[in-house]
Design a protein around this ligand. Sequence first.
Ligand SMILES: [Zn+2]
Length: 474
Amino acid sequence: MDKAAIPQPPKTPEFSTPHPPVFVNFLVQLRILSVNSTKKFVNNSLRTRKDLCADSLFGFLREQFEKIPDARPHPETSLADALMSGFALFALKDPSLLAFEKRSANETIKNIFHIGAVSSDTHMRRVLDEVPPEKLMPIFKKTLAILQRGKGLEDMVFYNGHYLISNDGTEYFNSEKIHCSECLTRKQKNSKTEYHHNFLGSAIVHPDKKVVIPICPEPIKNADGTEKNDCEQNGSKRWLARFRREHPHMKAIIVEDALSSNAPHLKELKKYDLRFIIGIKPGSHAYLFSLLADKKSVSQHEMRDEKGVHHIFRFQNDVSINEGNADVRVNVMDYCEEKPNGKKQFFTWVTDIPITEENAFAIMRGGRARWKIENETFNTLKNQGYHFEHNFGHGEENLSTIFALLMMLAFLVDQIQQKCCRVFQAAWEKCGSKRELWEKIRSHVHVSAVYGITFFRMADILTTIAQGKIPISP
Ligand SMILES: [Zn+2]
């Protein structure tokens, strides 16, 4: 597609005419808001972080999508337009492709998301189905690099220069009827076969921070012609190799659930020079639990914090993961948290970080931050407007995976905004919840079409929401 045909944001907002007289006041207000918001939101210490706001990131994604080769022999439409349309669907949190298609003539969408022609439902499915997922995956790393350059990742460092990375598998498509050669399968109780697609999700997390920074997930899928299901362990191997290739120098501690505390996986982590804090369970790690029960050999450390919570740690360093793998050495710790009301919680982990009385608390907090991949990532995608559990489509080749990756990219952009963009933060605060914010953004897009007004930047929509002056409603 000719780049000149792609709408570019003007230096100053412009509005299409004619528009009903009743909205003249709105437009005047909006111009004033734009000026005021520039003063309020840009002339502050976050000026250097404009790369980390929506408009800059949308432009970056468009550039990246332009670089993906179009495998169609005679494409009459732009592949980058279709990818950007898919991204916009998730950025706006539309509930379906059909809901998005209804906005195909919306000038605000075209301008904000740099789309020449917004894809229809069927066109988007057909074009995106043929895109190899591997072409989208490097964009996560490049987006993370923008965050790093903008100093947006520094405060996510957790321990001794290391980031904490939480990994866990989840499902993003299932059906009893629709399937492909890469679908995973499982037998249901009624003996019917259910087909599904999973990925190993991954995010940089921090115990003190609600924001998570997703790293590209690894699809768990069957190779063509194989009947045996691919598994999370294989997906994890591929994820580790890719992570180290993409981030050769990143210091990281991997936090995972007890399924991952096995000798082959711990060897893989060591191979890629990654630290770990991984849960263990009595059923699968009886040997380690027997060591912790031996009062003669364990060290015990207790402390009470300012809230009156009692923390009790027991640990033993340099033991084998089990009796059959004397060469795989770990440090093991159990932990009891007792609240002032008597409520107790127990956790147990293995780690390759030597445990001392000084770092036991930090290791515990790192281990407990594992749940952020479930709560702050998967649950956010499911419950805060992203429609993660909705089947947007399976296609014949890659469609469900492409949609999952575009949704994760939209989530990554949102998390970067949440962390670094003051305009986004102000709009979110005004709305009180993410769901309300997405709703307000969509309603601005909608009314702009109804009344012939065009927004050229997401910053203008967010500023209008943050100022609480929403002068029109449909
Ligand atoms: Zn499939």
